[in-house]
Write a protein that binds this ligand. Structure first.
Ligand SMILES: [Zn+2]
Ligand SMILES: [Zn+2]
Length: 137
């Protein structure tokens, strides 16, 4: 199943085979960059994005993409992160930083609490009757 597509990196037309969204040249180039970054990281596991860019010349965007697709194990390379989708804090897992996740959970809790206080009006009556009937026994 081959289809013609534009390379996501150089926009040249190439045959898409269902996995790699790049032409073979760009993909080979990216793989070479990845190997370069990876060997640098093995020697400097604490290195951050800035240091990697400086040492290897690989673009930050590419590093973010690899970090997001988990080509780098966050547990091995704590210096590698990509921006949180909400506040741009550097993170190395998921899409949001822990404080944004907390914010969302808080908002969600408020929302849930709001729903609970609004809806149970008819329910309250039934509980009232059932407690009364329980008491009678
Ligand atoms: Zn290309
Ligand atoms: Zn955030």
């Amino acid at each position: 199943m081959e289809e013609l597509r534009n390379c996501s990196s150089c926009f040249k037309v190439y045959f898409f085979k269902g996995v790699i969204d790049m032409c073979s040249e760009c993909h080979a180039e990216e793989e070479a960059s990845f190997k370069q970054v990876f060997s640098f990281l093995n020697e400097n596991p604490q290195a951050g994005i800035d240091q990697i860019v400086e040492a290897t010349g690989v673009k930050e965007d590419l590093l973010f993409r690899w970090a997001k697709t988990r080509r780098f194990q966050a547990s091995h390379f704590p210096g590698i992160g990509y921006p949180c989708e909400k506040c741009s804090t550097k993170i190395n897992q998921g899409k949001l930083c822990s404080s944004c996740i907390e914010d969302i959970n808080r908002e969600l809790a408020i929302f849930e609490a709001g729903r609970k206080t609004v809806s149970p009006a008819p329910e309250r009556k039934t509980t009232y009757f059932s407690t009364r009937s329980n008491r009678k026994r």
